[in-house]
Unconditional design. Structure first.
Length: 167
């Protein structure tokens, strides 16, 4: 099977699995797993893409969590929240100076996924326990990266390399 078709099959089937799992036995936001899955491919795939994606997404998660904690404990005023987000955004840019985290959008995806999970669950970042939105987002981000690497392995296994034709 040609590589595009192999990846179509691999990703299509695994998207069904991901959606079913996150809708039944592992209730994390499926949209966050898809963001992390895409991040894996944007960062080049393979082992290095997996490591960079997880590290970058989780760096964004940590920065987002600190930003949300600052908002929750220091201010609820819109301007104060905006300043906290500005500081978090500046920290993301500075973090991207590190070689492992040098793809800024992947950090932003982790940040946005955490904020989105907080909003979607309606649970505060200060919640103690497994329902904490940062823990839920972290689980979803790691799950998405795992789906990325598995879909790559499966796509590669299903594809064939065309032998050079003799003229």
């Amino acid at each position: 099977m040609k590589k595009p078709e192999a990846y179509t099959l691999s990703i299509g089937v695994l998207a069904v699995v991901d959606t079913w799992i996150t809708g039944t036995i592992f209730p994390v936001p499926v949209w966050v797993t898809f963001i992390a899955w895409a991040s894996f491919f944007v960062l080049g795939g393979g082992t290095s893409g997996f490591v960079k994606s997880v590290a970058s997404n989780l760096a964004g998660l940590v920065i987002s969590s600190l930003t949300l904690l600052g908002i929750a404990t220091m201010t609820t005023a819109p301007f104060g929240a905006a300043v906290a987000v500005g500081l978090g955004s500046a920290l993301m840019v500075q973090t991207s100076k590190l070689k492992l985290l040098d793809v800024l959008p992947a950090i932003v995806w982790g940040f946005a996924s955490t904020v989105g999970t907080t909003v979607a669950t309606g649970k505060p970042i200060t919640l103690v326990g497994m329902g904490n939105p940062a823990l839920v987002a972290a689980a979803a981000l790691i799950t998405g990266a795992l789906f990325g690497i598995v879909s790559e392995w499966l796509g590669d296994a299903l594809s064939f390399k065309r032998a050079h034709q003799l003229s």
